[in-house]
Write a protein that binds this ligand. Structure first.
Ligand code: SAM
Length: 318
């Protein structure tokens, strides 16, 4: 049975909102507005990861295309595919000079953004086949389309940090199972650094990240037909969890919350000052990352770090 998006929200809300602490999976931050807000975050001065990863891809894309010689790229959580264009250009050039096709499969839960960015990419890269997939990359049944040559799975933006340790191991194992021997995996991961910079990156002065986080309340309100639930009743909190080396984003109730979810026929009460966990963003030690990839059966081929040592892109092979 296929679960519709709203059914999936109901299932996640029932499992998460009454838990201790209350929580909701990060993917619910990404409705159309959330995706556009995330795109805006990538341009705020405090949010260094996108600029660092872009610099790495600008310098390394031709190398990545040459080493992998891939016929297909599948990108998890592709969003607007902005940085991906650097890779697409390199793969397109390589494929056209060898006279063979190249296919790009952007995969995301955010349907509208996936459709609009795929349409733009198809126009901008007429030599590439663009085949978007609306899917949840945490699905245990993850399967990748077949290709006439090696495939490269790509996971950028530090999105891997949104998993906790167990979820990450499960994701990497599922991915490695979905890849064939000789396929590649390109992973962008944010590295551990000064706490002040990390917190600032998730709490920009212009308040874009706050709007992004609080948008999850709107997703709940509209998706579950909620009465008594208002975005303005929540504050955005970003804090560093040193034990788990991760940034955590929370929504803190500004007053006692008493909501009726008509779609669930359930009441949700949250006392003033209580927090809802909406996102974790783990920061990595490069050595640990290589060990985690190896444990899943992915051998590191090469890795790149930006000049400031902020971010790492790792190419591994199944
Ligand atoms: C942090 S953004 C990164 C976007 C882009 N890759 C980048 O590097 O700027 C995470 C992306 O993953 C998507 N996403 C989040 N959870 C997902 C899930 N469970 N399955 C598929 N896509 C998901 C979001 O819609 C969003 O586009």
């Amino acid at each position: 049975m296929t679960v519709s998006i709203d059914d999936a929200l109901a299932v996640d809300a029932v499992a998460g909102l009454w838990a201790d602490p209350p929580t909701l999976p990060t993917k619910w931050l990404y409705d159309e507005r959330g995706s556009l807000l995330f795109d805006e975050i990538t341009r705020v001065p405090e949010y260094y990861p996108t600029r660092r990863e872009t610099a790495i891809l600008r310098a390394g894309s031709a190398d990545i295309a040459a080493v992998t010689d891939a016929a297909m790229m599948v990108e998890f959580g592709s969003g607007t595919s902005t940085k991906t264009r650097l890779l697409l250009r390199a793969f397109a050039e390589r494929a056209s000079s060898a006279g063979r096709p190249f296919t790009y499969v952007p995969l995301d839960v955010s349907t509208e953004i996936l459709e609009s960015s795929s349409a733009e990419l198809a126009l901008d890269y007429p030599d590439i086949g663009v085949e978007p997939m609306v899917a949840d990359f945490t699905s245990p049944d993850l399967t990748l389309p077949a290709a006439a040559g090696p495939r490269i799975a790509v996971f950028l933006g530090g999105t891997i940090g949104n998993f906790d340790v167990a979820e990450r191991a499960a994701f990497l194992r599922t991915l490695a199972d979905a890849l064939a021997p000789g396929d590649y995996f390109l992973l962008g991961a944010d590295l551990i650094k000064d706490t002040g910079r990390l917190v600032a990156a998730y709490n920009d002065k212009a308040g874009v990240t706050a709007d992004f986080n609080r948008n999850m309340i709107e997703v709940l309100r509209t998706g579950l037909d909620a009465q008594g639930l208002y975005v303005d009743d929540f504050d955005h909190i970003a804090r560093w969890n040193p034990a788990r080396h991760r940034i955590e984003m929370w929504l803190r109730a500004r007053r006692d919350i008493d909501v009726y979810f008509a779609a669930l026929d359930r009441r949700w009460r949250l006392p003033r000052g209580a927090d809802v966990l909406t996102e974790i963003s783990t920061k990595f030690d490069p050595g640990d990352l290589a060990d985690e990839l190896a444990a899943a059966g992915l051998d590191v081929v090469k890795s790149w770090t930006d000049d400031a040592g902020d971010f790492q892109v790792t190419l591994s092979r199944r």
